[in-house]
Design a protein around this ligand. Structure first.
Ligand code: SF4
Length: 331
């Protein structure tokens, strides 16, 4: 079943009129059109190791859409992020994604009739200040001399909010959940977890899973990869609530496109099998202590070229590893 694409409509569907025709760690627009990961958005980001710390690295028997996407794209990238926990600089595009997500989350705190584009845009400066306070890397994105660049960047965030309003009108929506943490452990002990941008629940119980993307929609050849993240969430929601989501909806703000997909039981069972197979492949790499680089178009957005053999770099020595259960809190 192919996903359905939509262009902007006059009035959006509310949570109660989930349209059901044909409804990925893979963050923000993957494929030839770009790869941008939100800053500080990954719930599965492990704490960075203090410099000189040579103790055993703990790796949880767990996957999130982002880390699953990392391994599928490049096993070495998975290692750098999950095991070595190498720092990555913030980027204006990723920070803008985080900022727009923050506004779209908080917007629903306002009474329905006050959720206007003007109100959303007015939230940007205070949310930006709050994000900078949470993540000191963001304060280094723009120096005092780059005030004009920062203003243009904020204006581009306003444009993305405008694009959001062309796809749906938040005055007609009452989300059941925002930035919802979902977790489930498979019988095998593999933990699956992530954060869903928004969950809409209709009065009759039908569930719509919504994810905002500030990048462009993927080329149809890469739609399956983009939907993988949504099927991951749908699987966890199905397993934890006993109810399969009716619609998975991706809102791509940069090109004002909605991608919708109706999951089936066989889809989600297949996703479950794929995730288990993916973890088995990761476990094999952990066992052998070998994560190979996989060069692709995504390398252009990778922060680790300097330590990647594909680009003449040398990866740090593989640390001693300790595999811990999914529920274990990683040091
Ligand atoms: S530069 Fe490319 S091959 Fe190297 S770690 Fe990054 S994504 Fe993998």
């Amino acid at each position: 079943m192919r996903p359905r694409r939509q262009v902007p409509t006059g009035r959006s569907a509310g949570a109660c009129d989930v349209t059901v025709p044909n409804v990925s760690g893979v963050p923000e627009g993957v494929g030839a059109r770009g790869y941008v990961e939100r800053v500080s958005s990954s719930i599965d980001q492990h704490p960075l190791r203090p410099e000189g710390d040579t103790g055993a690295r703990q790796v949880r028997t767990a996957l999130s859409p982002s880390r699953a996407g990392d391994f599928q794209s490049c096993p070495l990238l998975y290692r750098f992020r999950t095991i070595d926990r190498l720092p990555e600089p913030a980027s204006p595009a990723a920070a803008r994604g985080t900022l727009v997500h923050s506004v779209l989350e908080d917007l629903f705190d306002l009474p329905a009739d006050r959720r206007t584009l003007e109100a959303a845009a007015a939230m940007l400066p205070s949310r930006w200040a709050a994000l900078q306070e949470q993540d000191p890397r963001l304060t280094e994105l723009f120096t005092a001399e780059q005030a004009a660049d920062e203003a243009a960047w904020l204006a581009s965030a306003t444009e993305l909010l405008g694009a959001y309003y062309s796809l749906e009108d938040p005055r007609w929506l009452e989300p059941a959940e925002r930035e919802l943490r979902v977790d489930h452990e498979l019988d095998s002990g593999l933990g699956l977890g992530g954060i869903v941008d928004r969950l809409d629940v209709a009065p009759d119980g039908r569930i719509r899973v919504v994810d905002y993307k500030t990048g462009r929609s993927p080329d149809p050849r890469f739609e399956d990869k983009a939907l993988f993240q949504m099927k991951f969430y749908a699987l966890v929601i199905w397993r934890t609530r006993g109810l399969m989501p009716t619609v998975l909806q991706l809102l791509y703000l940069a090109d004002r496109t909605t991608l919708e997909y109706v999951p089936t039981e066989s889809d989600l069972l297949s996703t479950e099998r794929k995730l288990q197979a993916l973890w088995d492949a990761i476990a094999d790499c952990l066992e052998r202590g070998e994560f190979r680089p996989r060069r692709s178009a995504l390398c252009g957005w990778c922060a680790h070229q300097q330590t990647c053999p594909e680009f003449g770099g040398v990866a740090p020595p593989m640390p001693e590893l300790e595999i811990v259960p999914a529920g274990h809190r990683v040091d």
